[in-house]
Design a protein around this ligand. Sequence first.
Ligand code: PLP
Length: 386
Amino acid sequence: MYPNILRHPGPTPIPKRVQLAMAQDMISHRTEEFVRLFQDTTQRVKPIFGTKQDILLLPSGGTAALEAAAINTVSPGEEIVVITVGAFGDYFVSICEKNGFIVHKLEKNWGEACTEEDLMEFLKPLSNIKAVFATYNETSTGILNPVDKLADIVRTYTDALFIVDGVSCIGGAVAEMDQWGIDILVTGSQKAMMLPPGLAFLAISERAWTVIEANHTPAFYLNLLSYRDWAAKGMTPNTPSISLIMGLSAVCDLIDEEGGFSKTAQRHELMKNMVREAMKALSIDLLTNDEHASPTITAIRTPDGLDLSSFLSHLKQKYHLDFAGGLGHLQGKIFRFGHMGFCFPSDILQAVSLIEAGLQDFSYLFEPGSAVKSAQNVFLNSLRKR
Ligand code: PLP
């Protein structure tokens, strides 16, 4: 069997070291051994979130952690702002509406970011806002919202909490939760964290804990106070994703070996630039501008005259290269190139070279080798700068 070259925006490839770590014998979560594992790994992931706060682990997908963030801070009938720049912003709106919050939607066109000015204007007529929610990395479009600047606006103009969905970029994009003033930062395991699905992470500010303590949500499984109480003992209130936490320990080793998380984030920036320059060399349009481009996902517009669905199937069948298509109204109009987690410049060169092969098979006119050359130039320049 040929390997599947998985270049989706999650789930993503799992390093062999992580797979082996997850294959260890099972242990009970009510043992000293687990306490050591939990305390060590949750301590070691803090730099990835840019926080000194404890990290809570939920045995779930990102959605449960997002819902937990929402229902532990906001009560039905209370007003919130949700910034939505794509499918996952809309998803957050659905979570909040389902829970009975009054949602003020700050919507941008898919492919655009929310700027500080957008948020400032939007907040002007509103009072009584309990929380502002934003997607850091919009997986459907490859936009990285400037959450550092948005946090500043929330802090300056409201008393609301600033809650951020970092599911598709934490582990690849720089996050300075404490310094920027993010109150809750959420992610999942299956994207830049190099793990299978099934483990979610929440980092929570002291300000947010004060709100959570006063909130009295009826939630049981998603009650964050109970996760905090148990985390203080190095455990979780229910059975955690033990194997994934073993894997997380190996993920931390890999990041240390790379030279620390700042180096990991630099690699993601480099891969983003390689992909973008490669597509520009082919005269294939990108959905987003360079300024707000995601370091983990690039949304690429369908090359002129190509049937996207046939092209993606062809890449998969003939070259084992697996990309995701567009979501919602971008279906057929873009494909999404995931370059996060266990992905390196060599993987980008491979994928770009196979895109060229696929384009040639579809008689698309381009200068053969031009995309590979552009990506390679970005890579070589980065080596010179070191
Ligand atoms: N938020 C974002 C930005 C995502 O990309 C996803 C999944 O792709 C989710 C939330 C939902 O996470 P999960 O599928 O792990 O529940």
